[in-house]
Design a protein around this ligand. Structure first.
Ligand code: AMP
Length: 367
């Protein structure tokens, strides 16, 4: 029996999961308040060895947020690959440094184990130029790599595969709109099993309204705040990434709390309206671009767990989608249909599992 260790290393925390060959989770946890990644990984190795059921991992898969244009697939980590991930730091200054620190610590602690980088952006490298290009000066766009990259790729990849299985179709024959609604949120138009368009952009700030991120706004807001409010660029960055979205509008980034507050709080109910409006806008746009849609799929924390939010989202039957209240209320944790038979497009809930997808992709890349 062999196993795959999945590491999701941020700047101050390291999440880990260990899977056996049959995709069973053997171990999972999080190390918080990390200030030395080498020490934290050593501690993890000790924790793993202390388990009676310890199986030395034969591959380690690392979540890496930004793979730029360079990485369209998981990559076995070599000195060159690590250098290239380091060169991408300017595109993801909040994420790639923590990912790199985790990789370096694991290279030290597990020098003989093959290690693989799995990128959040890779799934979207199939997008056509009409989706990914920003209509700005071409020379500047090329020089600085300014384009749409998209994120949540491992989640969209996993959910596409699962949905094809659920629908009993070949993956390369299905068109989907997937709504990944968690604390971070994005939509993906999947055409013939591949990413055709997505709502996040150069960074994970664009697109849908999120827990603390604004999603789309007029870029002129940035110049305006800088000029008129005297805010520094770093303050505006913080405002849009950490103090906006549900938190900015309703004072709370957690959907459970916002749903509850909306019963008697105007700010919370208005925030929900904006949140829903933006999702329906992307859903309709992506359905229009795809032409035919086999299913609309909900996933991640809110999509999988909040029957109240799902009911609210489809209250006005966007695109003729008809949510069946009874199916919606079932607390089944498997992939399932929650629309009625008369719905114009089937509506599904498909639980995501980004860690398992990283384990699977790492195994394949290490052969
Ligand atoms: P994620 O980032 O995928 O872990 O999702 C986090 C989001 O899911 C938060 O906004 C949570 O409030 C939301 N969430 C998780 N469980 C539930 C639930 N049972 N009802 C409503 N929202 C939920």
């Amino acid at each position: 029996m062999s196993s795959a260790l999945v590491i999701n290393s941020g700047s101050s925390s390291i999440k880990y999961q260990l899977f056996d060959d049959d995709d069973n989770q053997l171990l999972a946890g999080v190390i918080e308040r990390v200030d030395n990644h080498n020490e934290a990984i050593k501690q993890l190795l000790e924790t793993m060895k202390a388990k009676k059921s310890f199986i030395e991992p034969d591959v380690i898969g690392h979540r890496v947020v930004h793979g730029g244009e360079r990485f369209s697939k998981p990559s076995l980590i070599t000195k060159e690959v690590l250098e290239e991930i380091t060169n991408l730091i300017p595109l993801a200054p909040l994420h790639n440094p923590g990912n790199i620190a985790g990789i370096e610590a694991c290279l030290q602690a597990f020098p003989k184990t093959p290690q693989v980088a799995v990128f959040d952006t890779a799934f979207h490298q199939t997008m056509p130029a009409s989706s990914y290009r920003y209509p700005i000066n071409e020379a500047i766009a090329e020089q600085y790599g300014i384009r749409k990259y998209g994120f949540h790729g491992t989640s969209f990849s996993f959910v596409t595969e699962k949905t094809a299985e659920f629908l009993g179709k070949n993956k390369d024959e299905i068109n989907l709109v997937i709504l990944h609604l968690g604390n971070g949120a994005s939509a993906c138009a999947v055409k013939n099993g591949e990413s055709f368009d997505t709502s996040m952009g150069l960074s994970p700030l664009a697109g849908l309204v999120m827990g603390t991120r604004s999603g789309d706004i007029d870029p002129a807001v940035v110049f305006y705040l800088n000029r008129e409010a005297g805010m520094e660029i770093s303050e505006i960055d913080n405002l849009l990434n950490s103090e906006s979205g549900l938190r900015g509008m309703a004072g709370n980034s957690d959907m459970r709390d916002v749903m509850e507050a909306s019963l008697n709080d105007r700010k919370a109910s208005e925030a929900l309206e904006v949140y829903r409006h933006r999702i329906v806008f992307y859903l309709s746009g992506f359905a229009g671009l795809l032409g035919e849609v086999d299913a609309v799929v909900l996933t991640a924390g809110i999509g999988e767990n909040s029957k109240q939010f799902r009911e609210f989202l489809f209250e006005d039957n966007p695109l003729g989608i008809d949510l069946d209240k009874r199916l919606n209320d079932s607390s089944n944790a498997e992939a399932r249909t929650i629309s009625s038979e008369t719905s114009k497009i089937p509506l599904l809930v498909v639980p995501t599992n980004e860690e398992l997808e990283i384990a699977r992709q790492s195994r394949m890349a290490s052969f």
